[in-house]
Design a protein around this ligand. Structure first.
Ligand code: UDX
Ligand code: ADP
Length: 465
């Protein structure tokens, strides 16, 4: 393989592929980077003349796209041409949890990955490096290799695992200043050469001591493990938030106190309505599934508890709203501020808001939603995906607004589901005046100032106090 890379492509223009390739293009002006996707609408949005209209909201991303697009960064639906021309092919397609058959609700659905591998095998006429970027179960590289070798045109493929550690909302800064870059490859001479080719790309902006190379399986497992550890911290603090509510301890104080122990550290100790996002739950379920498939039941049960606790935290939040509102929310307007799974993203995959809304709709509440970046179309498709009721019924129970004050007017309660900065700056006295009394706030992010809100007259509930 040639270590002088001039042409790369990425299959999948989503939350991983889009930002990652934009940063590679910006940092490697001599490499032509083409991002391809089957979704024409998505590619058209990436190509919109107005770079603020790109399909993924990430602070700083539209500026990078404007800078590189048309020079060495291209978005296209011509998957075959991009594969043919590239020396390195990144696979960044979605790998949702399977919702059918064996491993339903647990294993990752690899059908999109397999389709990519078959397409690469069909088209490639010269040697290629294929890089797994999507979050995948351990040993996926092996499956990709087997497809490529058994269906290809006799060309040589090297498979690398290069998991993405970016977090949404901070993707650009995570990509520009990563804690580490992890590249897993085979120990053969060709494998090592392929690793070096990818190292050379990242070395354009990442210090070499932050680029870690391992075997393929360690790389794949490290990604699952990193996410499992982070999610475990959140479930741990959330478990204790319930105990705090019973004992009179305050979870914010407890988190601060333990986080100052340098061995524990302060990050990922923020109690919340529950973690969401496309990775944590999926990766832990993968871990559980792999452990079970090797008969490691204790290992599987240990990690599954992180998910069980997260589901409990979401349920606890909706139950608390119902109980506090005199055991009924039927026909009451409950306002949601926030729908995204965290601030600074328009992504709502696995957002706690979806599950809390579903519970409250079961209780016949009328939900009014305001999120600065998530559209009504997305909100309704998220609810529809749960299959709890028809699309029409969901539409009747959910209203969405484009400003927070109308969303809150006449509400019996406000629930904060996402920690958007702008929520803190609202005119809360004006909101209070427009609501039913008593006016309740259920702060699922411990975001707002309790004493100020109580002074205005709100009945304020936060997590873990
Ligand atoms: C995560 C990993 O952080 C990232 O490295 C990996 O590449 C992909 O998965 P992401 O899901 O984008 O990133 O966001 P993250 O910041 O990890 O937050 C995940 C969820 O946990 C969010 O719902 C967030 O609100 C919640 N969270 C996070 C808490 O509830 N408390 C915390 O202290 C931190
Ligand atoms: P992630 O968060 O992992 O980036 P997304 O769902 O945001 O996931 O993006 C994955 C993208 O991959 C989607 O836009 C989807 O259309 C695209 N995709 C899936 N399969 C293929 C394929 N075989 N060829 C091209 N694009 C694909």
């Amino acid at each position: 393989m040639n270590s002088k890379t001039t042409n790369i492509c990425c299959i999948g223009a989503g939350y991983v592929g889009g930002p990652t390739m934009s940063v590679i293009a910006q940092k490697c002006p001599n490499i032509k980077v083409t991002v391809v996707d089957l979704n024409e609408e998505r590619i058209a949005a990436w190509n919109d003349d107005d770079a603020t209209k790109i399909p993924i909201y990430e602070p700083g991303l539209s500026a990078i796209v404007s800078e590189a697009r048309g020079k060495n960064l291209f978005f296209s639906t011509d998957v075959e041409k991009a594969i043919d021309e590239a020396q390195i092919i990144f696979i960044s397609v979605n790998t949702p949890t399977k919702n059918y058959g064996k491993g339903k609700g647990m294993a990752a659905d690899l059908k999109y990955i397999e389709l990519c591998a078959r397409q690469i095998a069909k088209i490639a006429k010269d040697n290629k490096i294929v890089v797994e970027k999507s979050t995948l179960p351990v040993r996926t590289a092996e499956a990709i290799k087997s497809i490529l070798e058994n269906t290809g045109n006799g060309v040589q493929f090297e498979i690398l695992s290069n998991p993405e550690f970016l977090a949404e909302g901070t993707a650009v800064s995570d990509l520009l200043n990563p804690d580490r870059i992890l590249i897993g490859g085979e120990t053969t001479k060709e494998g090592q050469l392929a690793i070096q080719t990818l190292v050379d790309i990242y070395a354009n902006w990442v210090p070499i001591d932050k680029i870690l190379t391992t075997n393929v399986w360690s790389s794949e497992l490290s990604k699952l493990t990193a996410n499992a550890f982070l999610a475990q911290r959140i479930s741990s603090i959330n478990a204790l938030s319930e105990l705090c509510e019973k004992t009179g301890a305050n979870i914010n104080e407890v988190a601060k106190a333990i986080g100052m122990d340098s061995r524990i550290g302060p990050k990922f100790l923020k109690s919340s309505v529950g973690f969401g996002g496309s990775c944590f739950q999926k990766d832990i379920l993968n871990l559980v599934y792999i452990a079970k498939s090797y008969g490691l039941n204790e290992v599987a049960d240990y990690w599954e508890q992180v998910i069980i606790m997260n589901d409990h935290q979401k349920k606890r939040f909706s139950n608390k709203i119902v109980q506090t509102l005199y055991n009924t929310v039927a026909s009451k307007k409950i306002t949601f501020l926030g729908w995204a799974f965290k601030k600074d993203t328009n992504d709502s995959r696995e957002s706690a808001a979806i599950y809390v809304a579903d519970d409250l709709i079961n209780e016949q509440a009328q939900i009014a939603i305001y999120d600065p970046k998530v559209s009504r179309k997305k909100i309704l498709s998220d609810l529809d995906y749960l299959e709890s009721r028809t699309y029409k019924e969901n539409s009747k129970n959910v209203a969405s607004f484009d400003n927070p004050y109308d969303t809150c007017a006449g509400a019996h309660a406000i629930a904060i589901l996402t920690e958007w900065d702008e929520f803190v700056t609202y005119d809360w006295a004006r909101i209070y005046d427009s609501m039913q009394k008593p006016a309740f706030i259920f702060d699922g992010r411990n975001l707002l100032n309790k004493s100020e809100l109580e002074k205005i007259g709100f009945v304020y509930h936060e997590i873990g106090t």
